[in-house]
Design a protein around this ligand. Structure first.
Ligand SMILES: [Zn+2]
Length: 339
């Protein structure tokens, strides 16, 4: 079998690996599908995470698979069960700096707990759709942090898999006025297909002027603001925060889910009069079970978000595709005959 390891900056390799041997509290999952995440690409760019000199960072955390071994002390998990992994709830933080990554054939889940680090997949839901649970949970947490409710006018910056997941959840929640913003028309088309009311490409259109048209305007003292209730940042453009602060209305809300690598300027003077709220959202402290339960219902909307499928032996090529705007979610599907 193999495992995908980061060896250094932009140096990622599919290495041969020994099969895991589970301890009494552990489970082994035969991985069937694992999505490529934006964070995987970031980890590769920076040469790994918590990587010791000469060591590796195994990656892959959006995984679904079948239980093939169960330690003697593990409760309520049986061989043959289909499971989604909640990497945040694994003690080794699978795929984010620990000794395990899910771009592999057989994955060790240490200290496995049913309904917590491993969640049973609803019957008939294919593995690759189940593997969307993790990114969709990130998206749902962002929407929850924005306190989005029906009737709200919401803007989503960035239409990668997370931003698109946010559009999906907002529409599902009954928020009909969702405007999606991205520099790539292919991505905007996906947002439209999910039910966004309008899309804006800042390369061609003035975002503030278009939002004023779509969401109306509001006054903040002598200044004119746009009528948007909440902004969700799944893009991470450095100018975004100050743009929103300058156009935000009284009590506008902003949630940052993008990973900023550098500090960004914040005009607190412009923000003072709006009493706007800026907060962040990371991971999915509670959302995963709800997402997995909703996926059978949302399957028809979720399935087209998988833009590419690759076997594990082509994962390096797949990582390249995942970095392009023509892709949405790139899914690695493990086939026993390939690796
Ligand atoms: Zn992810």
């Amino acid at each position: 079998m193999h495992v995908l390891n980061i060896h250094g900056v932009n140096d990622v390799r599919l290495d041969p690996a020994a099969k895991p041997s589970p301890g009494s509290a552990d489970v082994v999952i035969k991985v069937k599908a694992c999505g490529i995440c934006g964070s995987d690409l970031s980890y590769i760019k920076i040469g790994g995470i918590h990587r010791k000199p000469g060591g590796v960072t195994p990656i892959g955390h959006e995984a679904a698979g079948e239980v093939i071994a169960v330690g003697a002390d593990v409760r309520d998990i049986a061989v043959g069960q289909r499971m989604v992994i909640n990497p945040m709830n694994t003690p080794s933080y699978i795929g984010s700096g620990g000794p395990e990554g899910a771009f592999t054939n057989e994955l060790l889940v240490r200290g496995a707990r049913a309904g917590d680090s491993l969640l049973p997949i609803p019957d008939d839901l294919p593995y690759e759709i189940a593997a969307l649970t993790e990114p969709f949970a990130v998206a749902l947490h962002g929407v929850n942090r924005a306190e989005a409710e029906p009737g709200d006018k919401i803007v989503v910056f960035g239409c990668g898999p997370i931003g698109l997941g946010m559009v999906l959840w907002l529409i599902d929640r009954g928020v009909t006025d969702v405007v999606a913003i991205d520099l790539a028309d292919e991505r905007l088309a996906r947002a439209t297909a999910l039910g966004a009311r309008a899309v804006i490409n800042p390369q061609r259109e003035d975002v503030r002027a278009r939002l004023a048209e779509l969401h109306g305007t509001a006054r903040v003292f002598s200044r004119e603001a746009v009528g948007t209730d909440a902004y969700i940042d799944a893009a991470g453009a450095p100018s975004l925060l100050s743009d929103v602060v300058r156009m935000g209305k009284y009590h506008a809300r902003m949630v940052v889910t993008a990973a900023y690598m550098q500090p960004v300027p914040l005009d607190l003077g412009a923000m003072l009069t709006t009493e706007m709220t800026i907060t962040t959202a990371v991971g999915y402290p509670t959302e995963m079970p709800e997402v997995l339960a909703a996926l059978p219902r949302l399957r028809a909307k979720a399935e087209p978000l998988i833009s590419h499928r690759f076997p594990l032996d082509r994962v390096i090529e797949a990582l390249g595709v995942a970095g392009t705007p023509s892709s949405a979610k790139v899914m690695i599907e493990m086939r026993e005959d390939r690796v």
